[in-house]
Ligand binder design. Structure first.
Ligand SMILES: NC(=O)c1ccc[n+]([C@@H]2O[C@H](COP(=O)([O-])OP(=O)(O)OC[C@H]3O[C@@H](n4cnc5c(N)ncnc54)[C@H](O)[C@@H]3O)[C@@H](O)[C@H]2O)c1
Length: 267
């Protein structure tokens, strides 16, 4: 059996209803894992789960607002009950609200902190509690947090978002050290996707034009491509494949790292 095979694993993917999260959920299922989708978008989340089921995967959906701790407890319980275990968590849910520093809105900053930092932190907390020896699942596992190339380069008009993704990067590393030292048996890594043309990615291109940094969204995308050594935008499947790797035994001695999936943009 390949070290990339995830047969017998049980994953929860936050923000799995659409975009990169849906791609990650489908790739984990293709690699053999049973996959629970957790999202605030119920109808879309169930559609993604249905697609996985139709392709033959064991799956389910749970309503999960990652900022709400009691919802995390319910989501972990639902994952174990539906899938029969819990040994992979992908903290993918995230939001981005564009603004120049000079126009920063405290409510928007707090919203991003809540989803992108508090949400990821609560996810790691409840995964550790469930996956460590004696926990509800108790078999160890792997956590992948979705940060961003924005944690590695200064891109204008996303200071708040970049700050939250830098925080994800740091909390990933601290969590990896605690897990190792305290014997939880859980590896913790993060990824830094480059620009991917999902709803979020395309809205960002429009927003950076709207704040006057580029004349059009197309010009903004062209400049991002110009900053990318591989000369194109990323694809959802490319983000998903890197996450599958980090969840798999092929990465069994990898913890506390941030893996760029950005075509070299952050180099
Ligand atoms: N698209 C890009 O260019 C890009 C680049 C780098 C990093 N990322 C990161 O990748 C992740 C996925 O982004 P995407 O492009 O697929 O975005 P998207 O907006 O298309 O999808 C985000 C998903 O997260 C869910 N979500 C939002 N708030 C939530 C909450 N409180 N609780 C649960 N679910 C919630 C949404 O409902 C949605 O399904 C995000 O963390 C994002 O910051 C995206």
């Amino acid at each position: 059996m390949s070290n990339f095979d995830l047969t017998g694993r049980h994953a929860l993917v936050t923000g799995g209803a659409r975009g990169i999260g849906a791609g990650i959920a489908e790739a984990l299922a293709t690699a053999g894992a049973a996959v629970m989708i957790g999202d605030i978008l119920d109808a879309l989340g169930r559609e993604t789960a249905d697609r996985i089921a139709t392709a033959g995967g064991k799956t389910g959906f749970v309503t999960l607002d990652v900022t709400n701790e009691s919802k995390w407890e319910e989501a972990v319980e639902a994952t174990v009950a539906t899938l029969g275990g819990f040994d992979i968590l992908v903290n993918n849910a995230g939001i981005e609200i564009t603004a120049l520093v000079i126009d920063a809105d405290p409510d928007d900053l707090r919203k991003m902190l809540d989803v992108n930092v508090v949400g990821v932190s609560l996810g790691v907390k409840h995964a550790f509690r469930a996956m460590r020896p004696g926990g509800l699942a108790g078999d160890g596992g792997a956590i992948v947090n979705v940060a961003s190339v924005a944690a590695t380069i200064p891109f204008p008009s996303i200071s708040g978002y970049s700050a939250t993704k830098s925080a994800v990067d740091r909390l990933t590393r601290v969590a990896a050290v605690e897990s190792g030292k305290l014997g939880y048996g859980v590896r913790v890594n993060c990824v830094y996707p480059g620009l991917v043309p999902t709803e979020m990615g395309m809205r960002l291109a429009s927003d950076v034009a709207a704040v006057g940094l580029w004349p059009t969204p197309e010009a903004a995308v062209a400049d991002v491509i110009g900053l990318t050594p591989l000369g194109r935008l990323g694809e959802v499947a490319e983000m998903a494949d890197a996450v599958v790797f980090l969840c798999s035994d092929a990465a069994r001695f990898v913890t506390g790292v941030g893996l760029p999936i950005d075509g070299g943009m952050g180099t």
